[in-house]
Design a protein around this ligand. Structure first.
Ligand code: MGD
Ligand code: MGD
Ligand code: MO
Length: 745
């Protein structure tokens, strides 16, 4: 382990060096360049990393970032976790290994099965596997005994087939990674504006006057966003960051596409950096709106009264509620200095084209939906939605997580969506809502014998309450994982456990009619194709749509949908999507010449498509959490060397932390006040709902973070997040505001 000074600039030559060394470590040279040459190019491979959109003009120099290269190296690595690997390693032995080790064993190459009591997974034929799964599903007492999880890398085609199969089977039990991610954004935005997606396009960044970046670390998690921010600044935008940590990428960006950037000369990003206390965003945004309303008494142009009158509802209630709040007290809660607040208010009064970007720093709190609704309130006050250079920008995580939702992966599908399925396919889909991630884990824990199927992802490590979730998985009658790589969820099978190895983004998909493409939707609602260029490493690998069709045809038959014929040519799947999902009419036509097309988005055009046809102001109460004398507020965040539960390496370069992940980032004054010895490990623990949860063996790192706030890494500290600690309305685990205590032997 080694620590150093946190960086104050991101990307640049170091990023290129780190990216390329990871790639060359994992893959042969020729393969690396073949994949990178196609990465994010039109008609090429959509990066399996984040969902940030591609610019209309693609750089031939390379339209990807350091972490995109790492994502590619992770998927396309030469190593294989084949049948011989599983014969050598028992699940017991693998449980003791780190996530880093698990991921570095290589790509899964063959279908595998394990039965209760067996020590090892062993190979099974696809035929036997499909038959066993189908007969188990058909034998369930109710379709609701099946739980069908999805992670956000799944293509539109696979997602559409999967949800169709599950609904014909008879349940809406479709939890997904969104439940743990942007669900809070979806709920808040649908209620207030009418669509659970953001309203801005990439071009809006270049017309904006002010961009707020709240609870998001793009230097690590959406590095290509930094290019958009740099360009926005060159067009005159000011950038304000609201984040408890000083994240390097938000301070300055060394653009690897420019000579200066490659010489290590950075362009500054944030004009103003507010190091807010964890989960005090509601207080901050209420204070800002309150002040703008007050100032508008003398300077009416500060707010957009015409917009408020014509386009919104609930303004009076919102205003009256704010007037009961005390500005000074609100600001005190945030821990921010008054001069910074004044600077932000100054920027807000003068500017009218405002974009608000956010990610997990806002969505993973008990009051997460309120956080986002308060941002919407501020934007509405300024008339900053539905015009160029302004609007909402929830920055999505997984590369197709937004598309999966559009395709119907949701435990709470709308009536309109189900009606459309019913009329296209002539069957009656189940209407009762299904379980989300938290409810699914509870159900699997409490009622043994369920069938759990995962289309990608790593539920065990991604979910809260790790020990409880383990038991939930082990209680299942059958666990089915469609995966590219080995992960911890595979190591806690039900009575029978299957691993179904699938083709990834970089692989060529060959079906009867020839090579197939797939499609994805990015964070801004643009749809385009993706097509791999690598020959599959094993004859046993199947595409996700192929796997689904085989399970479906054996489980629900070919009467409603002819699964077997559909996968001969994926254009046929897109035909069906075109018939059932709004915005996808003439889908295949729209993709001609590698075109990108935009999905309908009312708020983008100033049309609010919620139940009242007007944008809603909302009244949100201040979170009333209280820290005891010896308690700290913990957020679980990502290091620079991981993609969710996939650990690329042991360093968090921008934060100056090397070779270790079991850390607690803590304010120096708190370390002194608690008389902690930096040389000795600490334990974090808490007792929510009578149950004590703890993580031992953590190293304290003195860090620039507000008092009483600490940061740890996800997934190592998920054990400390109680399953029942979740956001109101969205049920998203509150993994960024967990109260903990600290002890040292
Ligand atoms: N390389 C890489 N890229 C990724 C991922 C990855 O793991 N690695 N994951 C993908 C996924 S699925 C997602 S959802 C996104 C995640 O992208 P992010 O949301 O950027 O990821 P987190 O590390 O969870 O960081 C949250 C940020 O919020 C801040 N924060 C925490 N609590 C608060 C708060 O109460 N208020 C405010 N204002 N800020 C707060 C933290 O300091 C941190 O900077 O990235 C996607 N892209
Ligand atoms: N404490 C805490 N917990 C969190 C978070 C947090 O910030 N803090 N963040 C939450 C968020 S935002 C999210 S999105 C979830 C992530 O939850 P998940 O999406 O479930 O987890 P991932 O780590 O992204 O899944 C990685 C696995 O996906 C499989 N995989 C990769 N590519 C493919 C593919 O192309 N096809 C298939 N079939 N499988 C593939 C590989 O086997 C890999 O091991 O975690 C959540 N959990
Ligand atoms: Mo996410």
């Amino acid at each position: 382990m080694k620590t150093g000074k946190p960086a104050n600039s991101a990307a640049g030559p170091k990023a290129v060096y780190h990216a390329m060394s990871k790639a060359f470590e994992a893959m042969k040279l020729g393969k690396t360049f073949k994949i990178l040459g196609d990465l994010n190019q039109k008609g090429g491979i959509d990066c399996p990393g984040c969902a940030w959109p591609d610019p209309s003009h693609r750089s031939k120099l390379g339209e990807y970032c350091e972490n995109g290269v790492k994502a590619i190296a992770e998927e396309a690595m030469d190593a294989n976790a084949d049948a011989a690997f599983f014969a050598r390693h028992s699940i017991e032995m693998m449980r003791d290994q780190t996530d880093y080790w698990l991921g570095h064993q290589g790509r899964l190459t063959q279908p595998m099965r394990i039965k209760k009591g067996e020590a090892h997974y062993s190979p099974v034929s696809w035929n036997e596997l499909f038959d066993t799964i189908a007969s188990k599903l058909c034998g369930l007492a109710s379709p609701n005994d099946g739980i069908f999880y999805t992670s956000g890398r799944t293509s539109n085609e696979a997602a559409f087939l999967y949800q169709l199969f599950v609904r014909i089977f008879g349940t809406n039990n479709m939890p997904d990674c969104s439940n743990m991610c942007h669900e809070s954004s979806g709920i808040a935005l649908s209620h207030t504006l009418g669509i659970g997606k953001g309203s801005v396009k990439l071009e809006d960044f270049y017309q904006s006057e002010l961009i707020l970046i709240v609870g998001q670390n793009p230097g690590t998690n959406h590095p290509r966003m930094l290019s958009a921010l740099k360009k926005a600044k060159s067009h005159g935008a000011k950038i304000v960051v609201i984040n408890p940590l000083k994240e390097a990428g938000l301070i300055s960006f060394e653009d690897p596409q420019s000579v200066a950037g490659m010489l290590g000369i950075g362009s500054s990003i944030a004009d103003l950096y507010l190091q807010i206390r964890i989960n005090e965003d509601v207080a901050l945004f209420q204070a800002l709106s309150l002040k703008l309303l007050e100032l508008s008494k003398d300077r009416p142009n500060i707010i957009d009264s015409a917009f408020i009158n014509e386009k919104t509802d609930g303004f009076q209630a919102f205003k009256s509620h704010l007037e009961t709040q005390d500005f000074q007290q609100l600001i005190e809660r945030t821990g921010l200095p008054m001069d910074q607040i004044e600077q932000l208010i100054q920027l807000l009064t003068e500017r009218h084209q405002i974009i608000a970007c956010w990610a997990m720093g806002l969505t993973q709190h008990v009051n997460a939906v309120d956080n986002i609704q308060e941002i919407v309130n501020l934007l509405l006050l300024k008339g900053s939605i539905g015009k160029p250079g302004a609007g909402t920008c929830p920055v999505r995580g997984h590369s197709n997580v937004q598309g999966d939702r559009t395709m119907g992966i949701w435990e709470r599908p709308s009536k309109e969506f189900l009606d459309s399925l019913a009329s296209t396919f002539n069957f009656e889909p189940p209407r009762a809502h299904g379980v989300d991630v938290v409810a699914a884990i509870q159900l699997m824990h409490e009622e043994p014998g369920k069938v759990f199927m995962a289309m990608g992802g790593n539920l065990l490590s991604a979910a809260p309450d790790t020990a409880y979730t383990k038991t939930a998985l082990e209680n299942c009658g059958m666990t089915i994982h469609v995966s590219t790589k080995l992960n911890r969820s595979h190591l806690y099978p039900g009575d029978i456990g299957f691993i179904l190895p699938c083709l990834g983004r970089t692989d060529i998909i060959q079906e009867q009619s020839g090579i197939q493409k797939l499609t994805v939707e990015n964070s801004m609602g643009m749809v385009h194709s993706t097509q791999g260029n690598q020959k599959p490493r094993s004859e046993h690998l199947l595409s996700e749509p192929h796997i689904i069709s085989q399970i479906a045809s054996r489980t629900v038959g070919n009467k409603i949908v002819n699964w077997d014929s559909l996968i001969q040519d994926y254009d046929q799947i897109r035909e069906l999507i075109g018939k059932s999902v709004k915005g996808f009419e003439s889908f295949n036509e729209k993709l001609k010449n590698n075109a990108v097309f935009e999905l309908p988005n009312g708020p983008r055009k100033g049309t609010f498509t919620n139940d009242i046809g007007k944008a809603r102001f909302t009244v949100n109460s201040l979170p009333d959490y209280h820290l005891e004398e010896d308690e700290l507020m913990m957020m679980t965040i990502r290091s620079h060397d991981q993609f969710n539960t996939t650990i690329y390496g042991m360093d968090d370069r921008y934060r100056g932390i090397y070779g270790i992940r079991m850390v607690v980032l803590m304010n120096k004054s708190d370390i002194a006040a608690l008389a902690l010895d930096l040389q000795k490990p600490v334990t974090l623990y808490n007792t929510y709902g009578q149950k004590t949860r703890k993580v031992e063996g953590l190293t304290i790192i003195p860090y620039n973070i507000p008092r009483r706030c600490i940061a740890t890494y996800f997934p190592e500290c998920n054990e400390l997040v109680p399953l029942q600690l979740k956001a109101r309305k969205s049920n998203t685990p509150a993994s960024k505001s967990v109260k903990v205590k600290i002890s040292q032997a």
